[in-house]
Design a protein around this ligand. Structure first.
Ligand SMILES: Cc1ncc(C[n+]2csc(CCOP(=O)(O)OP(=O)(O)O)c2C)c(N)n1
Ligand SMILES: [Mg+2]
Length: 610
């Protein structure tokens, strides 16, 4: 018989060892190497939040001012480190706010785990407050894996699988945790039919290389081409040396999709820069004139900026078989890791002896940099945004990380910043959503506190979420060994990218009701937060202000009062676009005269420099 003392001792031991499901989950995440969870509280996750007391500094809950900031930060963590990003939010409204950043991760193939709360099980289906059908809501964004933790003995495999699936399929996964389950004592599954016993851990992803016959077929096509054009994307990260070597052998130029912006530095003479609407003329010329198109690790979407079907023979490398051949009818497709596949391919490539195609590309590139320099120095009212980027470009600190947003600034970010070796860059490539710029910068600082980070953002995105993310920066910046988080805001009082799309693509005048933005004192606001705020509205101050910003001992907002009438023109205006512009002007655009003048001058500069 057990004595009263035995029972008491048992209870004590039980008290010490018992942990609730929430604590078990956080510990499991920690064992997977997760150190930070970006999130925002709510009573649907109170159980999970309570468990942070138990795990000490093994995992940090990093509060952001909005759940969307948390999901952008988790996505950026994955982009900058290659690790899994994790975010957390409460049931209903919190889970809904996470969605945009999660879709950003999904579309750019980043491993992110979302842990979201749910109301207590007994109330579900009862039209209870904040009850949202989260499985249905998340079914698309977390299409690879979304599950509810219905009993504590599920917790281990839910965590293990959410992380493992996110990593192995580069996707978003989600675990929904009803708050009462989070607070229940954790228990292992019983040794019984129906139970599953999950183990942690995952080896490196395997080396994936195509079969020899496929490699030979691809090499044959690349060897037969006289004018090869290479396009690289985010899938080429890690294959930098192989891309350089292949490009050298093939005597080609290398264009970059924006998600692969930092794979190769821009100071290599054969790197033609970005491609597409936001791209460069040398990229466009190379693509238009190539006879062989070699795409590595990219699913760049706009077919009008790729060779015309039939114009070039195509070879593609992608790790994901579902992304092969989706943009251009390729003749040879290689499913494999970019680095390993190029390594296997390179010995089969024969060096192009005629270097004239490469020489032409290099000449075009160097002329393009001159054109950009000149465009940057054109007058504007008051600042030419290109000048702001131009002056930053030559001052970019070693190892800096730069983030872009979605807006006209993205054009200048893509074209004018000459990234050098060792720098990093990211933006929302496929979702092309506004607002990631500052949240990405926040995550970059947490991942690399010793590196300077520069976010380049429009005033619309700042007013939407950027300003609120600065509140988070104010909260955390003292922890970073290099405090330089610099936010460049283009204050053009306009949703400028769309204004130009209305004019050029739709052929409509600017709709002032939808496009005009209120003027906001970004630099003064920065000062209120304890940062350095610099407002620049004189072209002669642009360069000096960058020196000041880069020498600051605290975060900086560089507010550039820029001219919304500088067109973020595509490198080569297509006929329909010119027609659209003419139609906008004919219908009486409010800024008619200056636009006509500016665009004409931009084009003239470009052609007179040819
Ligand atoms: C969340 C979201 N809403 C709307 C859009 C459409 N959009 C793309 S760029 C842009 C304008 C951005 O304005 P701003 O941030 O001021 O930058 P600017 O173009 O003026 O440089 C808009 C509305 C979008 N991409 N994402
Ligand atoms: Mg704007």
């Amino acid at each position: 018989m057990r004595s009263g003392k035995d029972v008491e001792r048992e209870q004590k031991v039980r008290f010490i060892v018992a942990k609730n499901t929430a604590q078990f989950m956080l510990e499991r995440l920690s064992e997977w190497g997760i150190k930070r969870i970006y999130g925002y509280p709510g009573d649907g996750i109170n159980g999970l939040l309570g468990a942070f007391h138990e795990v000490g500094d093994r995992i940090e809950f990093t509060q952001t001012a909005h759940e969307e900031i948390a999901s952008f930060a988790a996505c950026a963590h994955a982009k900058f480190t290659g690790e899994v990003g994790v975010c957390m939010a409460t049931s209903g409204p919190g889970a809904i706010h996470l969605l945009n950043g999660l879709y950003d991760a999904k579309l750019d193939h980043q491993p992110v785990v979302a842990i979201i709360g749910q109301q207590k099980r007994m109330g579900l289906g009862g039209h209870f407050q904040q009850e949202v059908d989260l499985i249905s809501l998340y079914k698309d964004v977390a299409s690879e894996y979304v599950h509810v933790c219905m009993v504590p003995s599920q917790a281990a495999h839910l965590i293990d699988r959410a992380i493992r699936i996110a990593k192995s399929t580069r996707s978003v996964t989600c675990i929904i945790v009803p708050d009462d389950v989070a607070e229940m004592e954790h228990e292992d599954p019983p040794r019984a039919h129906g139970a599953t016993f999950s183990g942690e851990g995952m080896p490196n992803l395997p080396r994936v290389v195509p079969y020899e016959e496929d490699i030979k077929r691809a090499a044959e096509i690349l060897n037969e081409g006289q004018k090869v054009a290479m396009l690289i994307g985010a899938g080429a990260y890690g294959a930098e040396e192989e891309v350089k070597e292949a490009a050298d052998i093939l005597g080609c130029g290398v264009a970059k999709a924006l998600n692969g912006r930092a794979v190769l530095p821009d100071d290599l003479p054969y790197v033609t820069g970005a491609i597409g609407l936001l791209g460069t003329k040398p990229s466009n010329d190379m693509i238009e004139n190539c006879d062989t198109f070699f795409m590595v690790g990219s699913s760049f979407p706009y077919s009008e900026w790729l060779p015309e079907p039939g114009q070039a023979r195509g070879v593609q490398i992608d790790i994901d078989g579902t992304l092969i051949g989706i943009r251009y009818p390729m003749e040879a497709n290689l499913i494999g890791d970019a680095k390993e596949t190029l390594r296997t391919l390179i010995p089969h490539l024969s060096r192009k002896e005629d270097r004239s195609w490469r020489e032409d590309i290099e000449e075009n590139v160097s002329r393009w940099w001159e054109i950009l320099d000149e465009r940057a120095m054109e007058d504007a009212e008051p600042l030419n945004p290109q000048r702001v980027f131009h002056e930053l470009s030559s001052r970019l600190p070693e190892r800096c990380i730069t983030t872009g947003d979605s807006g006209s600034a993205t054009n200048w970010w893509a074209r004018h910043l000459k990234l050098r070796e060792g720098m990093m860059a990211a933006l929302s490539g496929n979702l092309a959503t506004m607002c990631p710029g500052v949240p990405y910068a926040l995550a970059a600082k947490f991942a690399y506190p010793d590196r300077p980070v520069i976010a380049c953002v429009g005033d619309g995105a700042m007013q939407m979420i950027g300003n609120n993310t600065l509140i988070d920066v104010a909260k955390y910046w003292h922890r970073w060994s290099d405090p330089r988080l610099i936010v460049l805001v283009l204050n053009n009082r306009d949703l400028n990218q769309v204004t130009w799309e209305q004019r050029v693509l739709a052929g409509d005048p600017k709709l002032e009701a939808s496009q005009n933005l209120p003027d906001f004192p970004f630099a003064r606001y920065a000062e209120l937060l304890g940062f350095k705020g610099i407002r620049v509205d004189d072209p002669d101050d642009v360069a000096g202000a960058w020196d000041e910003a880069l020498a600051a001992d605290r975060p900086v907002v560089y507010e550039a009062v820029t001219d919304p009438e500088i067109p973020p023109l595509p490198p080569h205006i297509r006929f329909e676009q010119a027609q659209g512009m003419a139609s906008a002007l004919a219908k009486g655009d409010p800024s008619e005269i200056r636009i006509a003048w500016n665009s004409l001058r931009g084009k003239l500069e470009e052609f007179t420099n040819r």
